[in-house]
Write a protein that binds this ligand. Structure first.
Ligand code: SF4
Ligand code: SF4
Ligand code: FES
Length: 339
């Protein structure tokens, strides 16, 4: 069949532009096959990465019809069926990474952020007296999902948090971090959880947009792995540390306010999170300029109306809390930065 492949092209000496190729090709083949045909028969200067051609090496991740995907995994027929433009497929480089040429991006930040989470089993754990470190099948099974990662970068390219916050280490790095937290051979779990428990670079920097889960080609489900780290952090916190951590307080206050009124009373939100329920006077004072601006522009509600369904919402939250009595707030420590 004949169809059009429109490719976002770019070179150091030329700005970005779209170029369209008309191809005669079997639609059961992959997007990568189409790119190889263009490079072989139409334009040898087209640049893209590939190696295994079989969803193993992770090198062919790019943006296909607006979403991150592996070119060797997507069939032409399926992409045409979902394409917003009839008989045309749009290909662009991965998002959130600088373009070197055409579909080849500079992955340096991706690797540096992976390295920032210390992605190796601790050295101490390798000093075992016997020949091997035994794990039970159930302990090993906890590593399966994150162990599937082929470091393709699809999740990183689609991550909303990375797009607005360059400090955020990214879903790939936190999926790897979750693997180390769950690994029974590792002896640095406490230090790791302390390191990942940060508002900007760590797990609390994730906006829970679900993009990483949607695009991951091998089922790592990075958001689920991030949630596992959060649960481990929450499970470690104590009453003594409860009120020190702003990211965790943010989560707790949201829940409190929804339980109290059915939705979030924004007037209370800042005072309880930033002002720590009036315990942090500096935090309370820091809210004054914002409060004044809102008041002047008529955006500071003087009354708060509870939601009509508040009683039902309260019942649902109470029932869930009774099922999870160990959920607590935790402590926030200093962050980490990519090397
Ligand atoms: S988590 Fe999935 S999408 Fe992200 S780098 Fe690993 S394999 Fe790719
Ligand atoms: S869920 Fe979190 S980590 Fe995943 S893409 Fe969205 S912001 Fe990024
Ligand atoms: S070429 Fe290896 S994953 Fe696509």
């Amino acid at each position: 069949m004949t169809f059009q492949l429109t490719i976002r092209r770019q070179a150091p000496d030329r700005g970005a532009y779209w170029q369209t190729f008309e191809l005669e090709i079997d639609p059961s083949l992959t997007i990568l096959d189409a790119l190889i045909q263009i490079k072989g028969y139409y334009d040898g200067s087209l640049s893209f990465r590939k190696n295994c051609r079989n969803t193993i090496c992770g090198s062919c991740a790019m943006t296909i019809n607006g979403r991150s995907a592996l070119a060797c995994q997507q069939s032409i027929r399926a992409e045409l069926a979902n394409s917003p433009v009839p008989n045309q497929i749009a290909i662009a480089p991965l998002g959130n990474l600088p373009v070197l040429k055409d579909l080849v991006v500079d992955m340096s930040a991706f690797w540096q952020k992976l390295s920032a989470v210390n992605p190796y089993v601790s050295t101490a754990a390798r000093q075992v007296p016997e020949r091997e470190f035994l794990q039970s099948p159930s302990d090993r099974a906890k590593l399966n999902a994150s162990g599937n990662c082929i470091l393709c970068g699809a999740c990183y390219g689609a991550c909303n948090a990375v797009e607005v916050n360059p400090d955020f280490v990214g879903p790939h790095a936190l999926a790897k971090a979750a693997r180390l937290v769950a690994d029974t051979r590792d002896s640095e779990t406490d230090q790791r959880l302390e390191q990942y428990n940060t508002a900007s670079s760590g797990v609390w920097g994730c906006t829970r947009c679900f993009n990483c889960n949607t695009v991951c080609p091998v089922g790592v489900q990075p958001l689920d792995r991030i949630s596992e780290i959060k649960q481990a952090i929450l499970a470690r916190s104590t009453t003594a540390t409860r009120n020190l951590d702003r990211p965790l307080r943010h989560r707790q206050v949201l829940l409190e306010l929804v339980k109290e009124g059915g939705w979030v009373d924004e007037r209370q939100f800042g005072l309880r999170v930033v002002g720590n329920h009036f315990r942090d006077l500096q935090g309370v004072v820091s809210l004054a300029p914002l409060g004044w601006r809102l008041l002047r522009r008529g955006k500071f509600p003087l009354r708060f109306e509870k939601s009509a369904g508040q009683a039902q919402i309260q019942a649902v939250i109470t029932a869930l809390q009774q099922r999870q009595p160990s959920s607590k707030m935790g402590v926030h420590r200093e962050g980490f930065t990519p090397s």
